[in-house]
Write a protein that binds this ligand. Structure first.
Ligand code: CAA
Length: 257
């Protein structure tokens, strides 16, 4: 199986496991990834997800070029839609998804990382959108999510040149949230996921959805979404537990209800 899922408490770790291809994504691996994220989305015991790549060289080195090479336009459209569906499943997962970028995150690999909520990188990470060097534009969301994350100027430069970005520049430009030594990355990502998982899961989910939807609407519509999410939280046991625990000076026990 090219995708491995492990659990520790409320945190799931999803590992793309094709190290001999630097974890490049072919159709089979994309379908597996989609199926695993669909399952995780329906599992209320999972409160945060870490996504990483097997081995010490790559997060995901992109779409599988050997598989793509002989596609016609109709097959390429199907392949683009499948990759986009995986990115959308990650982006709309109820749980926050943290990318632990342990090496190359190029092309489709960078696009998968862009769909995650938070990106942590190892000092060895290399990110970029090299598709134009292969004669194609990005196809799994790079033209849309990269400008939204780092701004249109830098996104245009990176997409038009295919230039690779090292961890330090990725940190400086906001492409990643933090950089760690390779040996610490996974542990740091899981610790961050555990921090998220300690909080009210419904509240985190509502916040994720408000941020995601709010990024694509004007401020007034976004604030209306936020007020509704806030109000909805007051129908949960977790809201009463969180506020009671504060007033009683004890740690809250959230049940996701
Ligand atoms: N697809 C298929 N195979 C890949 C691959 C990919 N994206 N990336 C690496 N591999 C394979 C290599 O072909 C090689 O296989 P062999 O051992 O059989 O030769 C193996 O993985 C190891 O890779 P390298 O020997 O190339 O390792 P390196 O250290 O010399 O270079 C690298 C590493 C810079 C990441 C280089 O492999 C590379 O440039 N890979 C391609 C990156 C890329 O262009 N990604 C974008 C793909 S297009 C895309 O993703 C479209 C989209 O938007 C959806």
């Amino acid at each position: 199986m090219p995708i491995r899922v492990t659990r520790e408490g409320h945190v799931a770790t999803v590992t793309v496991d094709r190290p001999e291809r630097l974890n490049a994504l072919d159709t089979e691996t994309l379908r597996e990834l989609l199926a695993r994220f669909d399952e995780l989305a329906q599992d209320p015991s999972v409160r945060a997800i870490v996504l990483t790549g097997a081995g010490d060289r790559a997060f995901i080195a992109g779409a599988d070029i050997a598989e793509m090479k002989d596609k016609g336009p109709a097959e390429a459209l199907t392949f683009a839609r499948l990759g986009q569906a995986v990115c959308s499943a990650i982006e709309s997962a109820p749980q926050p998804v943290i990318a632990a970028i342990n090496g190359y995150a190029l092309g489709g690999g960078c696009e998968i990382a862009l769909a995650c909520d938070i990106r942590l990188a190892s000092e060895k990470a290399v990110l970029g959108q090299p598709e134009v060097t292969l004669g194609v534009p990005p196809g799994w969301g790079g033209t849309q999510r990269l400008p939204r994350l780092v701004g249109p100027g830098l996104a245009r430069e990176l997409i038009f040149t295919g230039r690779r970005v090292a961890a330090e520049e990725a940190l400086r430009t906001g492409l990643v949230n933090a950089v760690y030594p390779p040996s610490e990355l996974l542990e740091r990502a899981r610790a961050l996921a555990a921090d998220v998982a300690r909080n009210g899961p419904v509240a985190v989910r509502l916040a994720k959805e408000a941020i995601r939807r709010g990024l694509d609407v004007d401020l007034e519509a976004g604030l209306a979404l936020e007020a509704q999410a806030f109000a909805l939280a007051f129908s949960t046991a977790d809201q009463r537990e969180g506020m009671s625990a504060f007033l009683e000076k004890r740690a809250p026990v959230f049940r996701g209800l």
